[in-house]
Design a protein around this ligand. Structure first.
Ligand SMILES: NC(=O)c1ccc[n+]([C@@H]2O[C@H](COP(=O)([O-])OP(=O)(O)OC[C@H]3O[C@@H](n4cnc5c(N)ncnc54)[C@H](OP(=O)(O)O)[C@@H]3O)[C@@H](O)[C@H]2O)c1
Length: 421
């Protein structure tokens, strides 16, 4: 798309006032932000009547924090981590500066303290870049759907794991091979721990849950599992059953409380997240009034995240915007209902399937579909179960694991049993 040429409004023509930005961190995102700001400053001036400029930079190599905030109208925090980012963001707001941050770890662990400070200081704290990169989900929850009754959010909010799972499905690669490829192509970091264990996605889901339900949610209340134990076999069998596997974040209302969790899950083809492949992110928001909306796009990357940061800067230049209010404090619910995919290696003899079905039945589980493969003297049973309480299911699974004909530990992965067609 070509650049739009916009004229500075008549009354502000000539010399638009400078709008000074203090930049904390100039790495992947901070560097891209500085570059983007240089390219788009004229357009921002035309839109807002003020010309943004970087008035000071702090990195580990140089810069003085007090000087940076002294000279700034707004502070952009792109350092990452909790300390000293938390202290710097608090100090900036106490000094009356708006803050824009993309720091999901900070917001998911100290959001309440930071939002309270923003309210007390009468400044804005904006954080679109912290969740799903450039996908404008924070804005949609805070503004468009501010008063909607939201029932559930599902998200693919980690591009690294989505890339790995997509590669495993398409090429039959193992988890280790797909991770290596992701690292070679720059979709995974040298230390991918936070991504592959689900911790990064958990932080993002804590933030989305906080916004969707107007109830405090901290990272330590989010259960998460990663993708390290997913096998190429899981992918192949799932295809046979018409399922696709994703690392899914869920935030939903359950029994008057909330459940926020991240785990691998199978999806049927009609789910809007089923077709989201590669490093892309997508979030589905369900509310009775709107059925569902899905937002998708690049989930990370310097220029992409910088674009979300610049959008936040412009919004802060044109007030007002809200900070998340606590409307109620909902309990976090531990036991939720889920459908399951079950992978069992058993001795191939009569009565085995009946015994397994019997144990499952005693725990309230019923079977939706079964695929059986012979393996010489053994057999592999792949089942999909209808939704069942997780606690009851895992108790049944433990009993199945003890049955004498089992040849290895049973494996279970949740299935998201929803389709929007
Ligand atoms: N990368 C992405 O695609 C992406 C996407 C969404 C959100 N984010 C978030 O954006 C933030 C920045 O990520 P990034 O990938 O740009 O990180 P990065 O490349 O590691 O850059 C971090 C920057 O912060 C500076 N810094 C770190 N600790 C500091 C300290 N104690 N004092 C002063 N400066 C310090 C570093 O200084 P030096 O240059 O001197 O080392 C560097 O300039 C993080 O919160 C991250 O979660 C990143």
């Amino acid at each position: 798309m070509s650049d739009i040429t916009l004229d500075v409004p008549e009354s502000r023509a000539g010399q638009p006032q400078p709008f000074r930005i203090g930049l904390l961190g100039r790495g992947t995102v901070g560097g891209a932000f500085a570059e983007l700001l240089g390219e788009r400053a004229d357009t921002v001036a035309a839109l807002t009547g003020m010309r943004p400029e970087i008035s000071g930079v702090l990195t580990r190599e140089g810069g003085d924090f007090d000087e940076v905030i002294e000279k700034a109208d707004l502070v952009v925090e792109l350092m990452g981590g909790i300390n000293p980012a938390r202290e710097y963001v608090l100090k900036s707001m106490r000094a009356g500066k708006h803050v824009v941050s993309a720091n999901k770890q900070l917001l998911s662990q100290h959001g309440e303290e930071l939002w309270a400070q923003a309210r007390e200081s009468g400044v804005q704290l904006r954080f679109e870049g912290a969740v799903a990169g450039v996908v404008p989900v924070v804005r949609v929850l805070q503004e468009t759907l501010a008063a909607a009754y939201i029932e559930r959010i599902h998200g693919i909010v980690n591009g690294t794991t989505n890339f790995i799972l997509t590669e495993m499905r398409k090429s039959g690669a193992s988890y280790a091979e797909a991770l290596k490829q992701a690292q070679q192509l720059g979709f995974a970091e040298a230390d991918p721990t936070d991504d592959v264990t689900g911790k990064d996605a958990a932080a993002k889901m804590a933030i989305l849950a906080r916004l969707a339900f107007s109830s405090p949610v901290n990272l330590d209340q989010v259960r998460y599992e990663g993708i390290e134990d997913i096998t190429a076999d899981d992918m192949a069998y799932a295809e046979e059953l018409g399922l696709g596997l994703k690392l899914i974040g869920t935030a939903e209302r359950v029994d008057g409380g909330l459940s926020v969790r991240v785990h691998p899950a199978f999806l049927y083809g009609g789910h809007p997240l089923a077709s989201v492949d590669g490093p892309f992110n997508a979030v589905t928001i369900e509310s009775p009034a709107i059925t569902e909306i899905t937002l998708s796009g690049p989930g990370a990357g310097g220029p992409q995240t910088a674009s979300a940061v610049l959008g936040d800067v412009i919004s802060a230049m044109i007030p007002p915007a809200s900070t998340p209010e606590t409307i109620e404090t909902l309990p976090i619910v531990a036991d939720v209902v889920s459908a399951f995919y079950l992978h069992l290696e058993v001795e191939d003899r009569p009565g085995v399937l009946a015994q397994i079905a019997d144990v499952l039945g005693q725990h309230g589980a019923s079977v939706r579909s079964v695929v059986q493969h012979g393996l010489g003297e053994n057999a592999r049973l792949i089942m999909v179960l209808h939704p069942i309480g997780e606690r009851s299911f895992y108790a049944g699974l433990e009993r199945i694991a003890q049955l004498p004909f089992m040849r290895s530990r049973p494996r279970a992965i949740r299935v998201i049993d929803e389709e929007f067609m």
